[in-house]
Design a protein around this ligand. Structure first.
Ligand code: AMP
Length: 144
């Protein structure tokens, strides 16, 4: 199974935030959209960074009462690891596990075409495992 299969069900909408928005604006966006991370982009296509709920949590400790006015660019991760639609689900699972993060933007060439989370990956992996189990069960039934 490939990343493009996940995007077929999930869609290619990507929530972005500008680097000059405040962490308060970002938190409100994460809450409204019920997501754990946003891509930082000034034009909605070019990836300037990524910011997740972990960055917000750490910023609470680092900036305390100044937090509402701190800008997204202060807390974002600037070097972003991406994946491609043709990458396999196993490959992205391995990247997420090794790098210890739960989100991967999907780029087709230079174009941002989606974002997948560890939750999306696990959901698809579970359906795959369930399907394999069903096929094996049917096979065993026919052999009896
Ligand atoms: P997460 O597990 O996705 O909440 O992210 C944990 C940390 O990794 C945060 O500091 C994120 O900014 C960073 N991060 C998340 N996804 C990526 C990614 N694809 N590339 C680089 N850093 C990331």
């Amino acid at each position: 199974m490939k990343v493009s299969d996940i995007l077929k069900t999930k869609g290619s909408a990507v929530i972005t935030v500008r680097r000059d928005e405040t962490v308060l604006d970002l938190s409100e966006k994460l809450r409204q959209e019920r997501i754990g991370a946003a891509i930082v982009s000034m034009d909605g296509h070019t990836i300037d960074g990524i910011v997740s709920e972990r960055d917000v949590a750490y910023a609470v400790a680092a900036h305390a009462s100044r937090l509402p006015t701190v800008l997204v660019e202060t807390i974002m991760t600037k070097v972003v690891v991406v994946c491609a639609p043709d990458d396999t689900v196993n490959e992205v699972m391995s990247v997420m596990t090794k790098q210890r993060f739960r989100h991967l933007p999907v780029q087709d060439g230079q174009k941002l075409v989606g974002i997948i989370s560890i939750g999306d990956v696990m959901k698809h992996r579970l359906s795959e495992v369930q399907l394999e189990a069903d096929v094996l069960r049917d096979y065993a039934r026919v052999q009896r």
